[in-house]
Design a protein around this ligand. Structure first.
Ligand SMILES: CSC[C@@H](O)[C@@H](O)C(=O)COP(=O)(O)O
Length: 370
């Protein structure tokens, strides 16, 4: 069985897999305008750094019917949905640049004729499709390079969901694990349940189970004991934003795992595309951390667990300092310390055609084996 696609563009509308309902219901929400897309991002119908960026790109396409003003309003609204994942802003910048180059090429800045709007929509759709398609290639490469760090026989712990559901492709952290299995490695995966929204238990465990991996769910507070008992060889997580020095924002609880890894001498890896790296930030201190509604902590799987009168703190992400990260797996290879230098070098590298071919062959194997 394979994981359903989280993002589909069909007949001029965007369909988003409703990730709030997984694993008990597989249904899609139809978005016909950018406001629908913005609300879907805020409500976590679509989530995960790359997927948010891809969905936002299509959101801008939906706004093209309103001409340049429509596009501008969409970019403004979509950029206010979730603050931490930089892929959102990266994708919106691509859409803004595409709009500018369309205007330059057609020289029709102030025109609002229907035919211009239709052409703009086609042009923006091409850009959004390209963002989506490139993500597939990039993640195949991340999965491929990640094999160097994945032993033939290992127990991996992961947090939140950095899989197909979060990216629209094979996944970053989970892509490495899936490709490892396809290559015949004996991989066992532990998924932290990932409170408060349980992306690990609901999404990662389901995704890996659907794809035939040996997966076990643990509560977030069990990781230390599991490590103590020798049950974890390495940790691999995704990222929502990486500062130019390698400090990494990811789902709340990731920093706990990094601390536990340091104590137990376990490698802690981050897997992410370069679009997750924010070259404008010197360090993680400047990464904006989203704070979400208290109700998410007050309930568990929809059932209330404590009184409304008791206050709640609900940061959605935390920051792991760069010195705790054993390596950053990207589409241009594994970045090592000092990250300031390796990140800067990675920024100007091109994708290696030979490796693209090899990674696609391995992913093909994985697909056949499912
Ligand atoms: C490849 S996805 C990487 C991250 O986006 C993922 O680990 C994560 O933290 C997602 O958080 P979410 O709040 O579910 O959007």
């Amino acid at each position: 069985m394979s994981t359903p696609e989280p993002i589909k563009w069909k007949n001029g509308s965007l369909y988003l897999l409703d990730q709030r309902k997984i694993p008990f219901e597989i249904s899609y929400v139809k978005c016909v305008n950018y406001i629908d897309v913005a609300e879907a991002i805020e409500d976590m119908i679509v989530r995960g750094a790359p997927a948010i960026g891809i969905a936002a790109g299509y959101g801008v396409v939906l706004a093209a019917e309103g001409g340049i003003c429509g596009v501008q309003s969409a970019i403004e609204r979509l950029s206010k949905t979730r603050p931490t994942a930089v892929n959102l802003f990266w994708a919106l910048k691509k859409m803004e640049e595409a709009t500018a180059s369309f205007l330059k090429a057609t020289d029709c800045k102030y025109s609002s004729s229907e035919s211009v709007e239709a052409k703009l929509k086609d042009y923006l759709l091409e850009t959004a499709n390209k963002i989506h398609q490139e993500e597939i290639q990039i993640e195949n490469l991340i999965a491929f390079y990640g094999q160097r760090l994945l032993p033939e026989r290992c127990n991996v712990l992961t947090h939140c969901n950095a899989g197909s559901l979060a990216t629209g492709a094979v996944g970053t952290a989970l892509g490495i694990i899936k490709m490892g299995k396809a290559m015949g490695k004996d991989v066992r995966v532990y998924c932290d349940e990932t409170r408060p929204l349980l992306q690990g238990a609901r999404l990662s465990a389901w995704e890996l189970w659907m794809e035939g991996l040996d997966v076990t769910v643990i509560c977030d507070n069990m990781a230390a004991f599991l490590m103590k008992k020798g049950g974890v060889d390495l940790v691999i997580v995704g990222a929502d934003r990486i500062a130019s020095n390698g400090d990494t924002a990811n789902k709340i609880g990731t920093y706990n795992l990094a601390l536990l890894c340091r104590h137990h001498g376990i490698p802690f890896y981050v897997a992410a595309p370069r679009s997750t790296i924010d070259m404008d930030l010197v360090d993680g201190e400047a990464i904006p951390i989203e704070e979400r509604r208290p109700e998410e902590v007050r309930s568990f799987g929809g059932a209330k667990i404590f009184l409304d009168d008791i206050s709640v703190w609900n940061p959605a992400f935390d920051i792991t300092p760069n010195d705790m990260v054993s390596g950053i797996i990207t589409e241009v290879g594994i970045l090592e310390k000092p990250y300031k230098r390796s990140i800067l070098e990675a920024a100007s590298k091109s994708l290696c055609l030979e490796e693209i071919k090899k990674s696609e062959e391995s992913i093909g194997k994985w697909r056949k084996g499912r």
